[in-house]
Design a protein around this ligand. Structure first.
Ligand code: TYM
Length: 327
């Protein structure tokens, strides 16, 4: 079975962008892949964060992932910092990564623009991501659109390493699903993101009234747009509907839109209803899991052991190829 790797940062709770852009694909892809899913706490420390809650957030995120359908018996689910080889491989990759390539990473440019203190770690962040993927020699990487550039960089790093030291790493392919770019309902020109949580993200575990408030007040456009023209806000609502509602429901709304009869409040109600039907079971499962947190911790322990085994084997090979120890 092809090997697949993906990661998510433990910063705040899961939002609909993470869920539809990544997690639902992660769950589906478990069937036909050897899957490895990682909570990337070392990525999270490159921006401002609270050490007191980071560990807690990582376990909490694992709970959300399991509630969403990640099966830790079949997938390897673990916390990045528990496997030290990630950082070791990152350092080696730093030597085969082009500085110019890193300066072209749009996520770095976007994030660093808003910060007073820009860490070198934030700049080097995509190299750690490449190490995450290639440490397991994964060939597929399910991600949202914003991470595709990082996966392409990973391919270049793999190529460079292979040509310098010998064929070892695959050149991984991104897998991008239907929900790859969920936008903020408050500002549909920007993507939904947890860094600006309150207004611009809808949390998977958020209070139902608050979700309805955000959907109800989603920015659309002043009039009933006709024909194929769709403003970004309305297009985003349609995306959410397509991800959660039966095709016949979506087609009905599309028809109304084409004819210029669409009432946005009806669309919003449908989005809310279908969204809640999709995520309610996840929320219930999460509550169940929260009652037995130590079980989640045990599952993470097992995941860590499995990940360490693969990582240490591959890293041993890499050290030999590169000519460094420990031998
Ligand atoms: P992170 O934690 O920002 O996001 C996790 C996943 O959610 C996707 N995503 C979205 N998809 C659609 N619409 C959105 N608005 C949206 N926001 C987030 C992301 O594309 C991602 O797939 N650098 C990565 C984590 C990472 C990683 C890896 C991923 C570290 N190592 C190795 C893949 C492979 C990140 O910060 O994702």
């Amino acid at each position: 079975m092809p090997k697949l790797f993906s990661g998510i940062q433990p910063t705040g709770e899961l939002h609909l962008g993470n869920y539809f852009g990544a997690i639902t694909n992660w769950v589906e892809l478990q069937q036909e892949h050897e899957t490895i899913y990682c909570i990337v706490d070392l990525h999270a420390i490159t921006s401002d964060y609270d050490p007191e809650v980071l560990r807690e957030n990582s376990v909490n995120l694992a709970t959300d992932l399991i509630a969403s359908g990640i099966d830790p018996e079949n997938s390897i689910l673990f916390i990045q910092s528990e496997v030290r080889e990630h950082v070791e491989l990152q350092w080696i990759f730093n030597s085969v990564t082009s500085y110019g390539d890193l300066t072209r990473m749009t996520q770095f440019k976007d994030k660093s623009e808003k910060m007073d203190f820009v860490s070198a770690g934030l700049f080097d962040y995509p190299v750690l991501q490449a190490a995450d993927i290639l440490l397991y020699r994964a060939s597929r990487v399910p991600v949202g659109e914003d991470q595709v550039q990082h996966v392409e960089l990973t391919r270049r790093i793999a190529r460079k390493f292979n040509s310098r030291f010998g064929e070892f790493f695959p050149e991984p392919e991104p897998i991008v699903g239907r929900g790859a770019r969920i936008m903020s309902t408050a500002d549909p020109e920007r993507k939904m993101s947890k860094s600006d949580h309150d207004k611009h993200a809808i949390g998977l575990m958020e209070d139902e009234d608050s979700i309805w408030e955000k959907v109800k007040s989603a920015v659309t456009d002043p009039g009933k747009a006709k024909g194929d023209e769709m403003s970004p806000g309305v297009a985003n609502l349609f995306t959410l509907l397509e991800l959660t509602a039966p095709e016949s429901t979506v087609e009905g709304f599309r028809e109304d839109h084409r004819e210029g009869n669409l009432m946005y409040i009806d669309l919003k109600e449908a989005v809310y209803e279908n969204l809640m039907s999709e995520i309610r079971p996840v929320r219930e499962k999460k509550e169940e899991l929260m009652e037995n947190r130590s079980h989640v911790e045990e599952l993470l322990e097992k995941g860590k052991e499995k990940a360490r085994k693969i990582a240490s084997g591959n890293m041993e090979e890499v050290r030999k190829m590169v000519g460094v120890g420990p031998t």
